[in-house]
Every structure is written in C-alpha cells, then in structure tokens.
Design a protein around this ligand. Structure first.
Ligand SMILES: Nc1ncnc2c1ncn2[C@@H]1O[C@H](COP(=O)(O)OP(=O)(O)OP(=O)(O)O)[C@@H](O)[C@H]1O
Length: 266
C-alpha cells in the first residue's frame, strides 16, 4: 500500500504496556493523522513518554498493534523497521545530545548511521538543518556543555530533522524553557511543520503549546485516551482529569492570550 495516500500515519490499537506488576497503558488506541500536530497530554506518570517510546520501539508491548506508515511493527522485518526509522526523528526530553560531539557532529550522527554521504556534504546538510532551527554558524562547532537550554533544544530538533523525516516525535519540547523561549520554540515547531509538511507527535504539559500549536489533542488517563479533539473539545470534556486540567487557572490564562490552532482547521 502507498503510505503517501494514507491519512493515518500512526495507528495504535489496544496497546498494553507495563513493567512487572504495573500496567501503564491499558488497551490504548490512537490514530495520528498525516500532517497534524498532535499534542499528547496527561498527568505526570500517566505514561505519555512510555507511549512515545513504545511507538518507536524502545519499550516492548505486552499486547496490541502498532502500525507506522502502513507497516505493522510485528510483521515488519528488521530491514523494514530500519527503513521506517529513517522516516522519523525524535527529540527527547533533555535533548540527549552526545556531550563529546560538537553541535554539528550531533546533527550528523543519524546521517552517519543511515546515509552514505561524503564528509563534506554531511557537514553541509548539518549546517543547513542548524540554520533552519535558528542556530548561527558560529554555534555549530560548540559542544553541548557550552549551550543554553533553548539552544540545546534547537540542536536536538535539528538532529531530529537530520534525515528529512515524515514524522517528528517531541517529548516535552518546551520543558525547562522560559516563557519567551518556549513561545519562540512553539513558533519554530509550527513553522517547520508547515514548511516541511511534517507530522508531529508531541508530548507536552505546556498549555500554551497545546493551545497555540497543536491541531489536535489526546488526553491520557488511567492507561487510555479519555478525550481527543480540539482545545475546545478539551474545554467541553466532562472527564474529571481533563476538566481539572483544561479548566484550571493556568488553562484559562493560556486561552486568554491567543486564538487556538486546535480550534482551527488544518
Ligand atoms: N523503564 C521503566 N521501567 C519501569 N517503570 C517505568 C519505566 N519507564 C517508565 N516507567 C513507569 O511508567 C509510568 C509512566 O511513566 P512515563 O515516563 O511514561 O510518564 P509521563 O506521563 O511521561 O510522566 P511525566 O509527565 O512526568 O514525564 C511511571 O510510573 C514510570 O515510573
């Protein structure tokens, strides 16, 4: 099947994931649509990162089905999985940069793994990606220890974009940033998504991001998605956790500032 024609880029059905006697995800189902920015929200410890890590194959599942780009993970050969992996980029919560490599070398890393490019071309592509996320040429030869939190996030995003992915997974991209840097990062994600036609799967606690960047939101509670839809859908939800989260003071402040992306069509 030609995945470029499919509207659903990630399909998760009845997913069960746990550790020893703890069940974290309990028959969870979720679709991620091509070209959307999906925000996954939930209480601390509800399993958002576990969901992300299970989808990308870092955490084993106990039951259920995960299909990405029309490939069922269980049926795909190791070669096929490696091929699919080329089509996504991941930005982990703390950036997860290699401390012994420069900014440029960090961005080159996935290219070294997956592409057969000359040293010169690889370096050039890395510099282009770093420019796309707003890093200046003089930052490219710095080491991660010399970067601010916001710069670290941008480098991690550039690395996630290294292979021209179709899907980008972002785990709490704005955590640890001040409100202005967080807002700049939100704008960057939105711009890149539009210009590159990316599908974005974003785990976040940031109500401003959910309100201004995400086209759709999925709320995780008790191992399942308990609400899905626009920010307005979340506001109208009667689920106790969703109600408490989206109708709390912080949510009211977020909705006062700007019109919602989630309430607008794609
Ligand atoms: N490798 C692991 N081994 C054992 N338990 C784990 C592992 N990874 C996650 N967990 C547990 O799974 C649960 C969900 O963790 P997860 O990190 O997905 O939460 P989260 O919703 O992303 O939280 P936060 O918003 O605080 O980042 C937690 O109880 C956590 O302790």
């Amino acid at each position: 099947m030609d995945s470029s024609k499919s509207q659903t880029i990630i399909n998760v059905r009845d997913l069960v994931v746990g550790f020893e006697d703890q069940t974290v995800l309990d028959h969870l189902s979720l679709d991620v649509k091509r070209g959307e920015i999906l925000g996954v929200v939930g209480a601390s410890g509800s399993g958002k990162s576990v969901l992300l890590r299970t989808i990308i194959g870092l955490v084993p599942k106990r039951a259920g089905r995960i299909s990405i780009l029309d490939n069922d993970r269980d049926e795909a050969t190791p070669e096929k999985i490696r091929e699919i992996e080329r089509h996504w980029g991941i930005m982990f919560q703390q950036g997860a940069l290699f401390s012994s490599l420069t900014v440029r070398q960090n961005v080159e890393f996935p290219m070294r793994e997956h592409l057969n490019l000359s040293d010169r071309l690889r370096a050039e592509v890395a510099r282009t990606k770093l420019g796309m996320v707003g890093l200046s040429p003089e930052d490219t030869e710095k080491y991660p220890s010399e970067l601010s939190g916001g710069m670290t996030k941008r480098v991690a995003l550039a690395r996630a974009l290294a292979l021209d992915p179709q899907i980008v997974f972002l785990d709490e991209p704005t955590s640890g940033l001040d409100p202005i840097a967080a807002s700049d990062f939100d704008t960057l994600i939105k711009t890149l998504q539009k210009t590159l036609g990316l599908t974005v799967f974003m785990v976040t606690h940031d109500l401003d991001s959910l309100h201004t960047v995400c086209n759709r939101i999925a709320a995780l509670c008790d191992g399942k998605m308990v609400a899905e839809g626009s920010f307005d859908t979340m506001l109208a939800s009667t689920h106790p956790w969703v109600k408490a989260y989206f109708q709390g003071t912080r949510a009211r402040n977020a909705t006062l500032s700007e019109p919602s992306s989630a309430s607008r069509p794609n």
